[in-house]
Design a binder for this molecule. Structure first.
Ligand SMILES: *Cc1c(COP(=O)(O)O)cnc(C)c1O
Length: 388
């Protein structure tokens, strides 16, 4: 059996080597390393794939969030609501821009921002909500858009983990994750679902004015060369990374399917186990597709995350490492409890779900190259451990 990896980028590369190498060769031969034609070509390809008017490439997913918030003109003291259970980048940029982060609890089933908690957190200072489509599953966007409309708030989708996922609205309309709010952001970090071979990110919007503002911000606040109208940043996707992404984008849907197939295998193996809660793919508006049905693409499984309910999560983590099965705890500390983001405004009783999840979650190997042999070994090892 091939050695199990958390993310197997090497095996994936072997399947697309020719396309990727020829894309990279094109950049090397043109020596247009920055803003070369492949950057524009990838941008257009991604706009078409997502069916969004504007994709603005940038240097990474954290920059994308920061630039989106700068583009919306958020100011010091404005409150921005986001999830307590996510990667720190989301809250980091809010704090960095001297906005006020307001962390709220998540939903136990989807790990996504809890709608009642959002509603409770709104004050006259609230200016934006940042739903994070955690682990590849889209947050409840009907409810979030409704709240945003009622209170006149911006919606910034942190789509670093769910590129390619679809959201089905109450009225049956489908839209790609990241293109639903005022603005969406993503990361092309190598291990993300659409990853390059270095750092990369992008911002999506259907708003022409906002797109124009953001195109200036990523380029030192210039709308005309050497005329700086606003304070900007330097945040570029380089041409080699754009070349890698252009070669990989046509495979994204099949990559999402491969992940869903692995998730289905896991879910089936762990079904009805008394100590394991398997992840569900929840289409909020159609009948629950908890079985990860073949047609539902609301979840692209950036991570496959179990909850271990018998208190043995940490023992299982170590046992799997001993058996050379990589696994990870995403995330071991709630953001409201992190040194950098602690605040006297937060009460532990406001975060029952996050506080429980940090003790029970464990993420298993999840990527496009998992074999049945590997999946069988992983699931059997876990089931044997929990039986003892
Ligand atoms: C990866 C990630 C980011 C940051 O992306 P980088 O490209 O690493 O800066 C932001 N938010 C979430 C939810 C992520 O998973």
């Amino acid at each position: 059996m091939k050695k199990i990896q958390m993310v197997d980028l090497q095996s994936q590369y072997q399947h697309i080597k020719e396309e990727v190498n020829s894309s990279i060769d094109q950049v090397l031969n043109s020596s247009a390393y920055i803003n070369g034609p492949l950057v524009r070509e990838f941008q257009t390809d991604l706009e078409n794939y997502l069916d969004v008017k504007h994709v603005i490439p940038c240097a990474n997913g954290t920059d994308a969030l920061q630039i989106a918030m700068m583009g919306l003109g958020l100011e010091q003291g404005d409150e921005v609501i986001t999830a307590d259970f996510t990667f720190a980048a989301t809250v980091e940029v809010i704090a960095l821009l001297k906005l006020t982060p307001v962390l709220v609890d998540v939903d136990a089933k989807t790990f996504n921002i809890d709608i009642d908690a959002v509603q409770k957190a709104i004050t006259p200072k609230t200016k934006a909500i940042v739903p994070v489509h955690l682990f590849g599953q889209v947050a409840n966007m009907d409810a979030i858009l409704e709240i945003a409309k009622e209170h006149n708030l911006f919606v910034i989708e942190d789509n670093a983990q769910a590129i390619g996922a679809n959201y089905t609205f109450k009225n049956g309309k489908k839209q790609k994750a990241g293109t639903i709010g005022n603005v969406g952001t993503t990361s092309f970090f190598p291990s993300k679902n659409l990853g390059c071979y270095g750092d990369g990110g992008a911002i999506f919007t259907n708003d022409d004015d906002l797109a124009h503002t953001i195109r200036g911000i990523v380029n030192h606040g210039m709308y005309k060369r050497y005329y700086h109208d606003v304070v900007g940043v330097n945040s570029r996707l380089d041409s080699i990374q754009a070349g890698v992404l252009k070669a990989k984008l046509p495979h994204l849907d099949s990559y999402c399917n491969a992940r869903r197939n692995a998730a289905r295998f896991y879910n089936k193996a762990f079904a009805n186990h008394s100590n394991i809660i398997t992840p569900t793919a929840t289409s909020y508006n159609t009948s629950n597709c908890g079985e990860i049905c073949a047609v539902c693409d609301c979840h692209v499984f950036h991570q496959y995350t179990l909850q271990i309910t018998n208190g043995k999560r940490d023992d299982l983590h170590q046992h799997l490492l001993d058996k050379e099965i990589p696994n990870a705890i995403y995330y071991p500390v709630a953001l409201h409890a992190q040194k950098a983001y602690k605040d006297s405004r937060y009460k532990e009783s406001d975060f029952p779900i996050t506080n429980a999840l940090i003790k029970t979650v464990i993420s298993l190997p999840m990527h496009t190259e998992l074999t049945e042999e590997q999946l069988t070994f992983i699931t059997q090892t876990i089931l044997n451990f929990l039986a003892n």
